[in-house]
Structure formats: C-alpha cells, structure tokens
Design a protein around this ligand. Structure first.
Ligand SMILES: [Zn+2]
Length: 140
C-alpha cells in the first residue's frame, strides 16, 4: 500500500495513504473536463494512468486543501458535463456535479482532485465523495 504525495519539487507533502480497495478508473476526459493537474512524473507511477482514489471522508487525508471556488463551467447542469459512472462499494455512482477542488495543503498547487456530488444509479440516493487523481500526485 503506497502513499500519495504532492508531486512538486520542494514540497512532496504527504496527502494520503492509498487504500487500494478504493481505487477506481474514470475515463481519460475526466482530467480535461475538470481541468485536473497532470503529473509530470506519471511514467514512473506504478499505477495505471486513469486511476482515481475514492475518499469517503475528508479526515482520511493526511493533508489536503480545498479550493474556495470552482469555475462556473463545472457547476451543476451546465450542459457540457460528460457522463462519468464508476463502481464503488456495492453501488454504481454517477458524478452529478463538482463541488470543490482538492489542492495540496502545503503549496496550494493543484487541482489534485475533486469533491463531487454523486448519485447511486440503483436508488437515486446522493452523497458526497472526494475523488483524488492519483495521476496528479506522486505515488511512493
Ligand atoms: Zn505541495
């Protein structure tokens, strides 16, 4: 089980210990759609390139920052939102909207992930999950 750290020189702040059971794959365009930071060292990463880590609770992070604002183009029902569906736990979830960005708590660089409102495809229940882009971090 690895640790995800900030990929920037002079920072390398610990972000989270990776629980491999919570790793999901989202399509490539998620990075563009949400304008997530691309990891400069991704070719060295042992994990496949589209991996995200689902983090149910903000307290699961060692260190993380939250951006105050998100671009209006990412707000709910803006019309240009792709359909992103992933399996987590015993459910299949659809990303409804991006609420905030995750950034490095120390150097404020990012975004390294998103805080999303997601909807259970079975019963339409909604909850909030943190989706951390492992590609935007260094995995050690
Ligand atoms: Zn940092």
């Amino acid at each position: 089980m690895g640790k995800a750290t900030c990929s920037f020189d002079n920072c390398h702040s610990a972000v989270i210990t990776i629980n491999e059971n919570n790793i999901i794959n989202l399509p490539e365009q998620v990075h563009n759609q949400f304008k997530l930071l691309e990891n400069r060292t991704m070719q060295d990463a042992p994990l496949s390139e589209n991996n995200f880590l689902v983090v149910p609770d903000v307290w699961d992070f060692d260190n993380v920052g939250v951006s105050r604002e998100i671009p209006s183009s990412l707000l709910a029902d803006s019309g240009n939102m792709g359909e992103f569906i992933f399996d987590y736990g015993n459910s299949s979830w659809k990303i409804k909207k991006c609420l905030k960005y995750l950034i490095c708590a120390d150097c404020d660089k990012g975004p390294i992930g998103i805080i999303c409102q997601v909807q259970d495809q079975e019963n339409d229940q909604e909850r909030v999950l943190h989706l951390l882009s492992l590609r935007s971090l260094e995995v050690v």
